[in-house]
Design a protein around this ligand. Structure first.
Ligand code: OXD
Ligand code: MN
Length: 602
């Protein structure tokens, strides 16, 4: 077997050496590349992929590349994602469960000889700042050079991760595109195996296997698989939280700063919120993370968050100088674009980029785009992968090993009715119910129909590695451990309410700072709130609407009948967790029901 460096020279970690040797014997690659995470390594692999026609270097963006995938490999595949706990009830009704022994048998046969004719890459990576005791090391073995490039951007990868690991155990992840090459066979541009796709998690042994897809959260195992599904299990066992949340710092014009974490389902605006350009003078936002937060209780009783990732894997369509200028500046160089359209002068283009499509555009399918087809030129789930360091408003706290103290937690979904612009919970437990009640329209981030309303509690439905009934109990327990005076306040937000004409009522994007300002004033005890049956609402005039000419009332319109339906639907959903659903949360729902029954609709 040909190695780029001798294995024993690359690591002294005996568990790692043994695991790599076992995977080589199983997958039978033609060579092995042990990653060091250097810039030279990245460039070498990118050049090889360019020579093979997989990557197209971009002329307008230095050190940036475009590529497109197989049309059957464009999003996360929830129906092929499994939690393989010993007992089905530990995976919970929200997950697809498989018996671990049966799944292992299937995986062994899928992975046997699956890397023939390919290079096996071994990627040690650290999730979280290198100096942080909260960080975790995973090792991904993959036969996809595209995965190596993405992991280099999205994590602290290579030698630095090996140094952090030392001789300790790590979280193993085995990945293959599932397309071995026979002798002389020419590779396709995007090898994958959609028919045999499996993404399997073993929460008891803390391991990950992914077969058949090369894209996004299916293949970059540090992201959804480790930092959410496996980490959520670690968090429950060890008393912390692994959440699908962005983290931002918000500074008042007078200088006081707070940190906010916010959970929104995939492709619902976490990246835009995390990089917000305030429309209110003097306010400042800094980005700590755009997708995942690991939160621990500090010695002072406050909740501290780190961003385990080092990069952004952001949705391109809709990103423009108007909606997210900081993201646009972030991706000016050293960025990988996947499934956007390609312009004839070798730049990228997507729907909502803010300029009309140039003539002779290559679509995400790699063919000339026909505007008359009425099909989008960029796939709705096309992405940019870019280092977080390139963000002009990257917070220096991104590297803080202790994380940032969280003052407020937001839950938001796409709801065209029912949910007001913003709502503050009465208590931690009521806030946990707001998180558990999160319902949102489906988006292109996952395979399947878009625009359908589904329950997505805490925006974690596809990412919680154990029974969500237990997950809700864990949140309640965290609340009991947080010192009352320091527990973050919990909010529900909804940027997506529409009027009778179907148009959005709220401008969103930079104007969301108006809602953040109100939250800032609430958590720093600068303003009173009004009481409603569903929670605290801003008093008349307390959302700053300066220079914004819109009526605010429709954004807070509440109808008793709609809320009665909402409660009934939530009761049905909560009951689906059976005895694992915490009684304290059902009590919260019943209290809400009573408040709604007593309420006079006007
Ligand atoms: C993501 C997702 O890629 O949530 O972050 O799908
Ligand atoms: Mn996400």
């Amino acid at each position: 077997m040909e190695f780029n460096v001798p294995l024993a020279q690359w690591t002294k970690n005996r568990l790692l050496i043994q695991w790599i040797e076992e995977q080589i014997a199983l997958c039978q690659p033609s060579s092995v590349h042990l990653c060091d995470g250097s810039a030279e390594e990245y460039d070498r692999i990118a050049h090889q992929m360019t020579a093979a026609g997989v990557l197209v270097p971009l002329k307008k963006r230095p050190a940036s590349y475009w590529c497109h995938t197989n049309p059957d490999d464009v999003a996360r595949v929830e129906e092929s994602t499994f939690i393989c706990s010993k007992h089905a009830e530990d995976a919970g009704p929200q997950n697809h469960w498989r018996d671990p022994a049966e799944m292992k048998k299937k995986l062994l046969s899928l992975f046997a000889r699956c890397m023939r004719g390919r290079t096996m890459y071994v990627i040690p990576y650290c999730m979280g700042p290198l100096a942080s005791s909260y960080s975790r090391v995973g090792v991904e073995i993959t036969d996809s050079p595209y995965v190596v490039l993405n992991m280099k951007i999205m994590t602290r990868m290579g030698q630095v991760a090996l140094d952090h690991l030392g001789d300790q155990p790590f979280i193993p992840g085995l990945h293959s595109v599932g397309h071995p090459l026979s002798k002389g066979e020419k590779d396709t541009l995007w090898p994958c195996n959609p028919k045999e796709r499996v993404i399997a998690h073993f929460p008891e042994e803390k391991s990950i296997y992914s077969f058949g897809s090369g894209y996004g959260g299916n293949a970059l195992l540090g992201k959804k698989c480790l930092a959410l599904r496996i980490a959520s299990v670690l968090g429950k066992n060890e008393g912390w939280l692994a959440e699908h949340m962005m983290i931002l710092g918000l500074t008042h014009p007078a200088g006081q700063k707070i940190y906010i974490a916010a959970a929104f389902p995939s492709a619902c605006g976490k990246t835009n919120l995390a990089m917000l350009t305030p429309t209110l003078p003097g306010w400042k936002v800094e980005c700590v993370g755009d997708d995942i937060a690991w939160m621990h209780i500090g010695d002072d009783g406050r909740l501290y968050a780190i961003n385990p990732e080092a990069g952004f894997f952001g949705v391109a369509p809709g990103t423009s100088m108007k909606t997210n200028p900081n993201a646009m500046r972030t991706i000016e160089h050293d960025t990988l674009f996947t499934n956007t359209a390609l312009t004839p002068d070798k730049d990228v283009w997507w729907e909502g980029i803010g300029s009309p499509p140039p003539a002779h555009l290559t679509s995400w399918l790699g063919v000339m785009w026909d505007p008359a087809s009425r099909k989008p030129a960029a796939h709705p789930n096309s992405r940019f992968t870019v280092s977080a360091k390139q963000c002009p408003i990257a917070s220096p706290a991104m590297e803080d090993p202790c994380g940032v103290p969280i003052a407020a937690i937001l839950f938001g979904g796409r709801r065209n009715r029912v949910m007001p612009l913003v709502l503050e919970s009465f208590s931690w437990n009521h806030g946990v119910m707001l998180g558990a009640s999160l319902t949102s329209e489906t988006t292109a981030a996952a395979k399947g129909k878009t625009g359908e309303l589904r329950h997505d509690p805490f925006a974690m439905l596809p990412f919680c590695g154990y029974n969500m009934g237990d997950y809700f109990s864990h949140w309640l327990a965290m609340g009991r451990r947080l010192q009352k005076a320091h527990a973050p306040r919990i909010y529900s937000v909804n940027w997506f309410r529409t009027g009778d004409d179907g148009k959005f009522l709220w401008p969103g994007f930079g104007d969301n700072v108006r809602v953040l300002k109100w939250i800032f004033e609430r958590v720093t005890d600068r303003c009173e709130a009004g009481l409603s049956p569903i929670g605290h609402l801003p008093m008349m005039g307390s959302i700053d609407l300066s220079n914004l000419n819109i009526p605010i009332e429709p954004l807070f319109e509440l109808h008793q009948k709609e809320w009665m339906n909402e409660v009934q639907e939530l009761q049905r959903f909560f009951e689906s967790f059976g005895s694992r659903f915490p009684k304290a949360l059902m009590d919260e729902l019943h209290q809400l029901e009573q408040r709604i029954n007593r309420w006079q609709d006007d």
